[in-house]
Design a protein around this ligand. Sequence first.
Ligand SMILES: [Fe+2]
Length: 343
Amino acid sequence: MKSNLLYSVLATLLITAFYSCGGSGDLSEVNVYSHRHYPVDQEIFKNFSNLTGIKVNVVSASADELITKLELEGNRSPADLLITVDAGRLEKAKAAGLLQKVNSITLSDRIPPRFRDPENFWFAFTYRARAIAYAPDRVDAEEVSTYEDLASPLLKNRVVMRSSEHTYNQSLMASLLAHWGPEKSAEWCEALAENFSRSPRGNDRDQLKAIAAGQGDVTICNTYYVAKLAESPIKEEREVVDKIKIIFPNQEDRGAHINISGVGLTKHAPNKENAISLMEYLISSEVQEKFSVENHEYPVIDGVKRSSYLEEWGSFKIDSLPLGKLGEYNDEAVRIIDQCGWR
Ligand SMILES: [Fe+2]
């Protein structure tokens, strides 16, 4: 009897030691801090749970809020993964020491180098183009074929834009800054702000609606919002799409600015193995297709079925600026937009 008891105490101690040494918390869960705001994600996480038995817990907030949360929580953070809609924020999290390297052959083999951090601290699982949308009855396509064109005096009082506080616009500015330097970037930003027909407000969809309503003639938006309006159950939203066209900017020179949705493993991830399994699942063909067909984002791997909208818009030249630069130039980009009148 005595030895039986001893064995069971020893066994309990061993199991406890295994869990704590291995650094894994509850073997059946993974904790995700996410800035994504699309219903398709919930479905994907549910499918992952059904497949693996690993429960996915999600905390939703902006990337900046989640980064602050990670900083405050330090090594007590329950978070395993940080998901953002911006390479700049992942790069910032890396620079702040909040992420760790992931050595996964699946991730590095399947994701092309342009869509991951060269040191494997973060990985994109989709990308999105920040395109120009315009009213074809009032604007010639040639007048709005580049981001530079939007600052032309021709477009005075005709541009509507989302606030510069949003990461999408900060990263666009960061990309231009990386290409042009501070002087030209500030000039562009001022001229752009002078062209606004109203003060910035609303999200990308609201800018498209404003064009359809004649409150402006041109804007910049992520392409998937056009597809989402086209599929809206609301008739007025579907009609917006009939009144606009999109253009991939700068096709004759450096290419269109893109951004990504990506993921990094947190420095103190308590469920590291589960987290890496989820990262790998996000780039499986099945999930890549879902991101594309259901959310109209561009998959990072080739050979998966794409949304009919992406097929219709066709292929385009992508700005080859390394995505990490969006983080490097973020602070300076924010300073420029704060001063140029794009609020
Ligand atoms: Fe979005």
